[in-house]
Write a protein that binds this ligand. Structure first.
Ligand code: UDX
Length: 451
């Protein structure tokens, strides 16, 4: 059955959801308050880099199933299924999530709802938000109790957003169990194609559905910080964290995925989500349960300072006057997102300690320049590495993984490379005479003599 859907917010989450819902055959209106984003989307352009999204967007604009607007009135008249896909960033100077944008959707939309409607929240929110928004929506809407708020958390990864939306691992729906309504039935029609494919569909209460998302991200962050803590131990012990990860990863209870040691996690989700989770646990009297996440955060942030120290060591003890090439600025490959990017953070710290830093990234230069205008940005790997005292690989783009020593031999000043993501072939570089350092592995320079 075709549904008439409005999606509020056209960022990574909203734009992808809107385009993918149209791809499933629904009629969709994407709504945003940012005219610049809307005019790009109108023209079939994705305002950020996400492989495969532009084709889905264009196809569905052309077949008439997908439109964009800034008008909440139009959305309220057009659709009876609404999705909230706006951002919930970290509050400035606090751990908690800023719910301004989520609240604004309800405050603006609900007074316009004169007929029955279901509002599905997809944004990551602190537990208890959905229930509060439901109360507020019923209070504001002329249709009153016929307006339902349910929660349908989104688990998409940047770089795989289309696949993760059209073929997710699972669908989770939280419904207000005190007021059984149409939310589950509506969700079943929206996602009927996915359900027919056998994708697991878990229906639960609102609080559990909100927690599923934060718990998943807390687990992933913990897994990365666990292996990064092991990297610290391996460096001290003269062991190799990559082999360790491979070996423990064979245990199916542990699993090898998300066990790559490096410069740690960043991006618009994991860092702020674990902090918001800790803040909310404090508010509801469960803070002790999540104190370990503070350590997860600390281990993660320590990776960045550790990397800066490593660079200082390899260039001879001081960064002043050295030339450093940084390959990678995005928080992960196949993305142009630089929010809380470890790569860019490290580049900035190195420059502040007196080095001249030249950064190259295949997609993220424009965004990097906006938030870090004082770094030098190169337009190619060769330009970034020209005259470099050390080359740092900080985001594991395929282009960097495929680099060969002979590509850089005659360009750099010193043949020194640091692999911040354990993504390069050590033997290839060492055999070509390069000094090669990876994280979580004792370097020749720091040959271990254990007490
Ligand atoms: C994450 C969650 O995976 C997703 O389910 C949620 O909806 C949003 O947050 P995303 O931010 O797109 O998705 O990136 P993800 O692939 O999870 O990577 C997060 C960070 O962890 C990146 O900086 C990445 O480089 C780092 N990472 C990932 C590691 O350092 N090691 C790993 O083994 C995996």
């Amino acid at each position: 059955m075709t549904c008439r859907i409005a999606v509020f917010g056209t960022g990574y989450l909203g734009a992808t959801h809107a385009a993918c819902m149209a791809e499933l055959g629904h009629e969709v209106l994407g709504v945003d308050v940012d005219p610049a984003k809307l005019s790009k989307l109108h023209a079939g352009e994705v305002p950020f880099y996400e492989p495969g999204l532009e084709e889905v967007l264009k196809r569905n604009i052309e077949n008439g199933r997908l439109r964009f607007s800034s008008s909440y009135e139009e959305a309220a008249q057009f659709a009876d299924v609404h999705f909230i896909g706006v951002g919930t960033p970290q509050k400035k100077g606090e751990f908690a999530a800023d719910l301004t944008y989520v609240d604004a959707v309800i405050e603006t939309l609900a007074p316009l709802l004169t007929t029955p409607a279901v509002i599905f929240g997809k944004s990551t929110v602190p537990v208890g938000t959905a229930e509060r928004l439901g109360r507020r929506a019923r209070q504001l809407a002329p249709a009153g109790d016929q307006v339902e708020v349910a929660w349908n958390p989104e688990f998409l990864r940047e770089g795989f957003a289309v696949k993760d939306t059209l073929h997710p691992d699972r669908l989770v729906l939280g419904v207000d169990q005190g007021r059984p309504g149409r939310a589950e039935e509506v969700a079943r029609s929206v996602y009927s194609q996915l359900l027919d494919e056998g994708i697991p569909f878990l229906v639960t209460d609102l609080a559990t559905s909100e927690l599923v998302k934060t718990a998943a991200n807390a687990f992933l962050a913990t897994k990365i910080s666990f292996i990064n803590a092991m990297a610290e131990v391996c460096e001290a012990a003269g062991a190799d964290v990559t082999v360790l990860a491979d070996a423990i990863g064979h245990d199916v209870r542990i699993g090898r995925r998300f066990l790559n040691a490096g410069i740690g996690f960043g991006g618009g989700c994991l860092p702020k989500d674990i902090r918001a989770f800790m803040a909310r646990a404090g508010e509801i009297g469960a803070d002790e349960a999540l104190t370990f996440l503070r350590e997860v955060d600390n281990i993660n942030m320590r990776r960045r300072t550790r990397m800066v120290e490593l660079v200082r060591e390899v260039v001879g003890g001081s960064l002043i006057g050295s030339r450093i090439a940084v390959l990678g600025a995005a928080f992960k490959p196949d993305s142009d997102d630089v929010r809380d990017s470890p790569a860019l953070n490290i580049a900035g710290q190195i420059q502040l300690q007196g080095a001249s830093v030249s950064v190259f990234d295949p997609k993220a230069i424009e965004n990097s320049r906006r938030i870090f205008p004082t770094l030098n940005y190169a337009s190619s790997v060769n330009e970034a590495c020209s005259g470099a005292d050390a080359v740092l690989v900080l985001t594991e783009w395929d282009q960097f993984k495929q680099l060969k020593p002979s590509d850089l031999d005659s360009i750099v000043r010193n043949t020194i490379i640091i692999d911040g993501r354990n993504c390069l072939d050590r033997d290839l570089w060492v055999d070509a005479g390069w000094e090669f350092t990876a994280v979580g592995v004792a370097s020749e320079r720091r040959a271990s003599t254990l007490p």
